[in-house]
Design a protein around this ligand. Structure first.
Ligand code: MEV
Length: 452
């Protein structure tokens, strides 16, 4: 068969049950694609995947099977979250005790695969618990949704139409917002924004929401679609209606401070100075700022995931905020003044403690109970603190011993674990590498030598 698609000429052949597309001389054999996959049972899906992509199908099937939950109730819960599940991908669930936040004690649940993160959080929590603890404050809690549309007519007519329609735009969401309004939330404001200077004919309805203890994504999107359906007319073409994950008005601040001489055993003044310089560098150098903020997100994401919140929304919102001045900068700040060391973070966090996965995932529920069932605002405070603690741990290590010391300890014990060493052999290797460079081959060599 031969057809033209735009300017590209295609030939299609059927060859041994597979379709071959020929575009110029590029031949794509469609041998690993399938139709109707979503209708397959889980077993059929696994069969197709393992037989299509793996040399050792049995081994692949076994690995997928090992991570399927033997408890059917749990597996059913997971299968309902997404489509086409063929197994589960577990992450470690750890806890960091001894956090004191606004005078209240917390043990913080963390879901993360990276070694040292939970240990660092625990150490820093303990450190600051004897120096007044963390102070955190929610600065604002509103979120934004937008109806993006195109309009070619006169701007005065559009403004007049909007002013006339405004009350009705809110009224059409009455059924959706009823429960939220009872809880003190709902739509706070609708604004018409003229964006035609940046894109011809482009306007938006820029809508501010308060969603109380829910993250509010579904709520906001439902309101926006109802508003768009009412607002559209022959000359207003709706392009899309969607919440924004940029939430600079859903902002939290967390802080620690103490007299400089309580900061470090030796040479506290020099420690404070280097620490402050590390933050200043992250403020002016984007290459460093990204890594600096990545360390913050190690703590933030781990708690966001443990509590069933959306870490992609948090990530994109946080990084956009870090770039709000037009240059990507540190999310945390440090001040050393009048003998006092102060370290703080301001970060937008759109979180929920009701609805979504928080209600569906048993471990998310458990995490929230461990955190003493916080409101969304309290959870913002806790999570900002987790980020600040992680940043403190990273900067303390980087400006003193270096980051590798802690990592290498963990790396060494992971290698020893792989070697199936006895307790005695393990202690020998830990001692042996106390003042030597750790690498996989060096540990294996020392282990073999010891066995000789
Ligand atoms: C590693 O996951 C995080 C760090 O790179 C953060 C930082 O450099 O500040 C240690």
């Amino acid at each position: 068969m031969h057809f033209l698609n735009g300017l590209i000429e295609y030939y299609i052949f059927l060859h041994e049950n597979s379709i071959i597309f020929v575009e110029n001389y590029l031949v794509i054999r469609m041998e690993k694609t399938i139709t109707g996959f979503s209708k397959f049972s889980k077993e059929e899906k696994i069969d197709w995947v393992v037989s299509t992509f793996f040399d050792d199908a049995d081994s692949a099937r076994k690995t997928l099977g090992q991570y399927l939950n033997s408890n059917q109730i749990i597996q059913d819960v997971h299968d309902d979250f997404i489509e086409n599940t063929i197994s589960n991908f577990y992450l470690p669930y750890g806890v960091a005790p001894n956090f004191v936040i606004n005078g209240k004690e917390y043990t913080i649940p963390m879901v993360i695969e990276e070694s040292s993160v939970v240990a660092a959080a625990s150490l820093v929590a303990k450190f600051w618990s004897t120096r007044g603890g963390f102070k955190a404050t929610v600065l604002s809690t509103t979120k934004i949704g937008q109806v993006h549309f195109m309009y070619e007519g006169g701007v005065h007519e559009l403004k007049a139409y909007f002013e006339e329609a405004k009350d009705q735009l809110i009224e059409v969401t009455d059924a959706i917002t009823k429960n939220m309004r009872k809880r003190g939330g709902g739509i706070l404001d609708i604004e018409l924004r003229d964006k035609t200077a940046e894109l011809a004919n482009y306007y938006q309805l820029h809508i501010t929401f308060e969603t109380k203890n829910s993250m509010g994504a579904n709520f906001i999107n439902s309101c926006l679609e109802a508003i768009a359906a009412t607002f559209r007319n022959d000359s207003i073409q709706i392009v899309m209606s969607i919440l924004s994950n940029y939430v600079p008005e859903c902002l939290v601040r967390a802080e620690v401070s103490c007299p400089i001489d309580r900061l470090h055993k030796e040479n506290a003044k020099q420690f404070a100075q280097k620490f402050q310089q590390a933050v200043q560098i992250a403020n002016i150098e984007p290459h460093r700022a990204v890594t600096h903020n990545k360390g913050i997100m190690n703590g933030i994401d781990a708690v966001v995931i443990a509590t069933g919140n959306d870490f992609r929304a948090i990530e994109s919102g946080a990084h956009a905020y870090a770039a709000k001045s037009g240059k990507y900068k540190s999310l945390s700040q440090c001040e050393v003044k009048d003998g006092i060391f102060k370290f703080w973070i301001e970060i937008p966090l759109a979180l929920g403690t009701v609805g979504g996965l928080t209600a569906l995932h048993p471990l998310a529920k458990l995490s929230l109970e461990m955190l003493q069932n916080p409101s969304a605002s309290e959870l913002m405070e806790i999570i900002a603190v987790a980020g600040l603690a992680q940043n403190f741990a990273a900067l303390r290590a980087l400006t003193t011993t270096g980051i590798q010391q802690g990592h290498m300890k963990m790396h060494l014990s992971n290698i020893i674990k792989q070697l199936d060493a006895t307790e005695e052999e393990k202690n020998y290797l830990l001692n042996y590498f106390a003042n030597k460079q750790v690498s996989h081959s060096a540990v294996v060599a020392a282990y073999q030598k010891m066995k000789e």
